[in-house]
Design a protein around this ligand. Sequence first.
Ligand code: SF4
Length: 326
Amino acid sequence: MKPFKFISATNPAQAVAMLTKNADAAFLGGGTNLLDLMKEHVALPNEIIDIGNLSLKDIRATTTGFYLGALAKNTETANHPLIRKNLPMLSKAILAGASAQIRNMATNGGNLLQRTRCSYFYDISMPCNKRVPGSGCAALEGFNRMHAIFGWSEHCVAVYPSDMAVALSALNATVNVQNNKTERAIPFKDFHLLPGNHPEKDNSLTHGELIKGIEIPENNFASHSAYVKVRDRNSYAFALLSVAAGLNLNGNIIKSANIALGGVAHKPWRALQAEEFLKGKAATTANFTKAAETEMAAAKALTYNKFKIEMGKKTLVNALELAFKG
Ligand code: SF4
């Protein structure tokens, strides 16, 4: 591991100032991804700014919904009574991620910032535009079984690995950040980016910005929601594909649906075609199937991940049926 300087911040403004003045510095929250990246020489910060002591750990109800502090741990968030009762989809998504030990360390803000698990990204002997812009994409013609079927570009076909973020996308969350001039709120759909010509950029944060918390509006589908994750083994594995689904129902008529997919794109993929199709329809398996087919029609598979298209249809139907049953 490359040597680095270690300093601690005592408040958000100080943390932001410390990061802003050093382009090669990095924040340390739970460290569950950063340390892996440093050990593999993928991330090479010369200064680590420990933000673990900042008071950004609250989980609470607000007048419009719920607030998650950026430094609250994933385990604490998933098991919080407020979250379990009002946002069960989020609780399930968090608990589907990683292992208990990692969830005990990982923070909510860090979860949003974790980097792709594309194996070529972690192998510094291979070309990777995300790690070294302009070097090429080894996965495009390589073993791309885990990779994207939506929104990819010839420069990067990686998927974003978080489970929590898939639920936050379906829940229309907002990410609150602070920089050295102001604070701003980023709608979740604009937080993570598609790769385009710049896969090195995962999200819309600029260097020096600190995530302070996540706001989640109230919803009317808590009792009809689901998170379904398909993976190679039942623990400590990233999603081949996942679905977060919430149904706002009037009897068995769907007033609106909130659906997001994981493991299919460089960001949580909001299933807007399926949502639109389901509006005003009866909650039947036939309509769920049609919605899933409508959504997956635009998928573009790579050499080794064609199976994800059929898997996507089936997982979507499964999640919608589970959400309907409640
Ligand atoms: Fe790198 Fe993206 Fe290609 Fe993976 S898919 S090798 S992360 S550029």
